[in-house]
Ligand binder design. Structure first.
Ligand code: HEC
Ligand code: HEC
Ligand code: HEC
Ligand code: HEC
Ligand code: HEC
Length: 303
């Protein structure tokens, strides 16, 4: 949970300007009107399928995250004696990364969303629980969350992701004439999509200037333990490999094969002999030499 500590730091830093500038929606469907990515599925079937299996696709509805949000609301907010601490803090401290679409929510809607989280986590009635989950899933990180903003955080350290720009699809710029105009979307090239900074907005929740010791995130560790030692690959190079939509699967620590690429294990065994003083005999033995190399730019173990 060092993660949560980091987030608290971050939230204190950005919460004020964020709420001041947000546009307000009063229902989830109003938010969805500008963030729905179901219209991308028809043409980008493979990418969509891979995305739907990624952690991004359940960034609010994954049971593990959901339970933590619930605990944050019930223990961190409701039990707090300070009247300034309100349920809108879920939006301002967690959802800005886990569901940036919720940045558009009015205070009333943000409180409703917090209520849905509690229902989705704790409700005994399966139908009600399912209904709450379905509503929340509309806010999970989708195509528009990443492709609707030029850079999620303006490439500025300590800046949270931004809400999407209307009718715009930012892309890496490799495609020839994507037919997005046909349904009213402009395609705009953004160099930033190929940069690691693109991921920083969400994968680094620290105010500027903190070291990886003070604020250990995927970004700060990557900078200090990898780039500074000559590492050349971007987050995308490692996490967005593969053809046929696999780029959007975003494998991480839970994918055995992918996680295994982080470690080179070299074992050498040399036969020798060992003299057992108690039994007063010479017996066969081996000398083991174990070398572990971490190829990933992340600490091991971590998480
Ligand atoms: C700066 C963006 C950001 C903020 C703010 C944020 N998170 Fe996260 N969170 C992430 C990212 C990125 C991951 C996935 C990467 C990882 O597992 O380290 C994650 C993973 C998680 C996980 C699963 C892994 C774990 O560490 O247990 C939980 C649960 C979670 N967050 C809860 C919360 C809660 C609760 C809040 C609000 C108090 C919050 N997050 C605020 C970005 C954020
Ligand atoms: C977590 C952020 C994120 C999400 C979510 C996301 N994308 Fe992407 N996408 C990227 C990035 C970053 C690139 C550029 C990768 C590169 O060129 O290195 C990209 C590239 C692409 C490309 C061009 C290259 C390729 O991989 O074919 C297409 C098309 C695309 N995305 C469509 C989609 C669709 C459709 C969805 C939703 C189903 C989606 N993306 C969801 C971040 C995201
Ligand atoms: C009518 C079909 C269609 C729909 C709907 C559609 N796309 Fe595309 N898109 C394409 C085609 C075709 C390409 C070009 C593919 C190529 O050249 O590899 C493309 C390319 C892209 C690219 C890469 C652009 C670049 O900069 O290189 C992105 C990103 C993208 N689409 C995202 C989306 C998102 C997000 C949605 C939903 C809002 C969407 N698309 C809806 C057909 C579609
Ligand atoms: C050289 C390849 C490589 C690069 C570059 C890289 N990663 Fe990873 N990443 C891995 C591997 C391998 C794993 C799984 C093993 C591990 O956790 O170290 C992983 C694990 C992760 C995880 C899941 C583990 C966790 O901490 O919860 C996240 C999230 C992640 N990386 C995000 C990023 C981001 C963001 C960047 C860029 C700032 C990045 N990675 C750069 C290879 C890479
Ligand atoms: C809008 C915020 C956002 C952006 C932008 C974003 N991520 Fe994530 N990412 C998250 C959150 C939140 C999670 C955790 C979801 C959960 O576990 O509930 C996550 C999860 C992941 C995981 C899986 C972690 C695990 O534990 O296995 C990987 C890998 C990952 N992201 C890589 C990337 C890379 C690479 C980029 C940049 C191309 C990127 N992300 C951009 C928010 C974001």
């Amino acid at each position: 949970m060092k993660h949560l500590f980091v987030m608290l730091l971050f939230a204190v830093f950005i919460a004020a300007p964020l709420t001041a500038s947000a546009q307000k929606a009063n229902t989830i469907d109003e938010i969805v009107a500008s963030t729905d990515s179901s219209q991308c599925i028809g043409c980008h079937t493979d990418i969509h399928e891979n995305w739907s299996k990624s952690w991004h696709a359940k960034s609010i509805t994954d049971p593990r995250s959901l339970r933590t949000f619930r605990t944050f609301i019930l223990k961190g907010v409701d039990k707090n004696k300070n009247p300034e601490v309100k349920r809108t803090m879920l939006r301002d401290m967690c959802l800005m990364c886990h569901a940036p679409a919720a940045l558009n929510a009015s205070d009333e809607l943000a409180v409703q969303i917090a209520g849905l989280v509690v229902t989705a986590a704790d409700e005994k009635d399966a139908a009600k629980k399912e209904a709450a989950l379905k509503e929340l899933s509309k806010l999970d990180i989708n195509c528009i969350t990443c492709h609707g903003v030029k850079t999620p955080g303006g490439l500025v350290e300590g800046h949270p992701p931004a809400p999407p720009e209307p009718n715009t699809i930012f892309g890496p710029g490799d495609a020839k004439n994507p037919p997005h105009k046909d349904f009213g979307f402009n395609t705009v090239k953004s160099e930033n999509m190929k940069k690691s900074e693109f991921c920083m907005a969400c994968h680094h929740g620290c105010p500027p200037g903190l070291s990886s010791k003070e604020c250990p995130t995927q970004w700060s560790v990557y900078q200090e333990h990898y780039i500074a030692h000559g590492g050349k690959q971007t987050c995308q190079d490692c996490h967005m490999k593969g053809k046929g939509g696999e780029s959007h699967r975003f494998p991480g620590i839970y994918e055995k094969e992918f996680a295994a690429t982080a470690i080179d294990l070299t074992l050498t065994a040399t036969p020798t002999r060992h003299f057992d003083h108690l039994k007063d005999i010479m017996m066969p033995a081996v000398v083991m030499n174990v070398q572990l190399k971490n190829n990933s730019p992340h600490d091991l173990p971590h998480g």
